[in-house]
Write a new protein. Structure first.
Length: 144
């Protein structure tokens, strides 16, 4: 496996923050490569921040369909993927997310990294850190 530019691993989570002027198809390929890398590393989560990718307009429904298929295949069923995209690129009904989920993928799209991290933290898997609010609730004898 070769090292990917703009890819970082922190524990069981990967972060991919590419910066490039690309076509939509090239952007889809870059993200798919990051998903494959995350799976090869055995990571549970991947946060992909695509706000640094420019050069394309919001994709059509057909382009989103192709994207969802490629990303589902690349991510597989076990990798949780949180995408961060510019607001104008996020479909109001999140049709790409729905298409990915219908194919067995686990992911969502957000306008900020804070939202994406919050979503990932709410879905921690075995061996991953527990959010601090859960530790406080357990220490205080409350059920989270």
């Amino acid at each position: 496996m070769r090292a990917m530019t703009d890819f970082e691993q922190v524990g069981a989570r990967g972060f991919y923050r590419p910066i490039a002027h690309v076509t939509f198809e090239q952007a889809v390929d870059l993200v798919a490569e990051a998903m494959v890398t995350a799976r090869e590393l055995g990571l549970a989560d991947l946060l992909v921040n695509t706000t640094g990718l420019t050069g394309f307009t919001p994709p059509s429904v057909f382009a989103r369909y192709a994207m969802a298929g490629k990303w589902t295949q690349s991510a597989g069923a076990m990798l949780r993927v949180a995408m961060v995209a510019r607001r104008e690129l996020i479909d109001p009904q999140k049709i790409g997310v729905l298409m990915m989920q219908n194919r067995g993928g686990t992911g969502d799209v957000f306008a900020t990294e804070a939202e994406a991290l919050s979503w990932l933290d709410a879905r921690l898997g075995p061996g991953q850190r527990v959010p601090s609010f859960l530790n406080r609730a357990r220490d205080e004898g409350d059920d989270p």
